[in-house]
Ligand binder design. Structure first.
Ligand code: SF4
Length: 317
């Protein structure tokens, strides 16, 4: 039987960012240096495939430091942790390695500097996301107020409207955040913030590629995990950019073929924590069913790389 023709657009950049790459390397190098088990507080990056793979190598994933024995190394995930976490590890004299992405650490430092200048912080982020919890946890309780939407800006109660600063989660929707920042500036003209926001290069680039790709596609799939903030934002960006069917899939077996019946083009991208092997699996699933012509939609080149902490570099030098 002849397969139907399908144009498959591949967004670029897509998939792993430098922070995710570094975090995974940190766990692998820690296992090499200290042997198994190495404990990891929270999923090192939000991807089940990556986590299962590291678990097979001897990583033990926990949610709280209290689940980790004193005499085994522990790694903090790429999303960052409240200050109280490394403090508790130090108190117990544990070996710990911080895999917080340097671009998240930069936001932590910003928040702290503003606070030292006597400014109350507003964080634009998603409640309960580990990055938001980590950034808010850099300062004492009550010092960071969370806003998620433009509506929240209208009701947030601040100590002094003239002494405010804001930071953002790194994986937000660029477009939504522009509106929230505008609302903050309108209500609190004296508010201090970053030049635009703190959304990282990887989030911005992946959203830009989707905006360029989505209007060409009958449907679009984002390879990523349901708890991955940047992956969920890519689904929304695709829908808003004009793609009628924009869905998240964790891997090839998740594809809803019935919903894709009759399509002539598909766009594929992946969140910053989705490995290329899963993207290939999705592409191969389309190749099995369609006569595929691949086209790349490239909107940026990335060459960012972050070093792993010195304690691990020394070990494997
Ligand atoms: S998405 Fe951005 S902030 Fe998050 S790990 Fe990747 S580079 Fe770092």
């Amino acid at each position: 039987m002849t397969k139907p023709a399908l144009t498959l657009y591949m967004a670029a950049p897509r998939g792993f960012c430098a922070g995710v790459d570094r975090a995974i390397k940190i766990v692998e190098m820690a296992l090499e240096k200290w042997g198994a088990p190495v404990y990891v507080r929270h999923e090192i990056v939000h991807n089940k495939f990556v986590v299962d793979n590291l678990r097979d190598q001897g990583a033990v994933f926990i949610e709280e430091l209290t689940e980790c024995p004193d005499d085994r190394p522990v790694i903090f995930s790429a999303h960052g942790v409240p200050k109280s976490v490394p403090a508790a590890a130090a108190k117990r004299e544990m070996i710990y390695v911080d895999a917080t992405c340097p671009l998240v650490s930069k936001v932590h430092i910003e928040a702290q500097r503003h606070s030292e200048r006597g400014l109350q912080m507003i964080m634009i982020g998603h409640e309960g996301h580990p990055e938001t919890v980590g950034t808010m946890g850099q300062l004492p309780d009550g010092e960071v107020l969370l806003v998620e939407t433009v509506e929240d800006v209208a009701t947030v109660e601040v100590r002094d409207p003239d002494k405010l600063a804001f930071v953002t989660q790194t994986t937000l929707s660029v477009d939504d955040t522009i509106d929230i920042v505008a609302a903050l500036n309108a209500r609190f003209p004296a508010i201090v913030g970053p030049h635009k926001e703190d959304i990282c290069y990887a989030t911005t680039n992946r959203q830009e590629a989707v905006k360029a790709m989505a209007p060409k596609c009958d449907a679009m799939l984002v390879v990523g995990a349901p708890n991955s903030s940047n992956s969920k934002r890519l689904v929304e960006v695709g829908a808003r950019a004009g793609c009628k069917y924009s869905q998240l899939v964790q891997r090839g077996t998740d594809i809803d073929w019935r919903a894709l019946d009759g399509i002539r083009s598909i766009g594929i991208t992946a969140g910053a924590s989705a490995p290329e092997v899963l993207i290939n699996e999705v592409v191969d699933a389309f190749k099995d069913r369609f006569n595929v012509t691949v086209e790349h939609v490239v909107t940026a080149e990335e060459n960012v790389e972050f070093k792993v902490p010195r304690v691990l570099r020394e070990a494997t030098a």
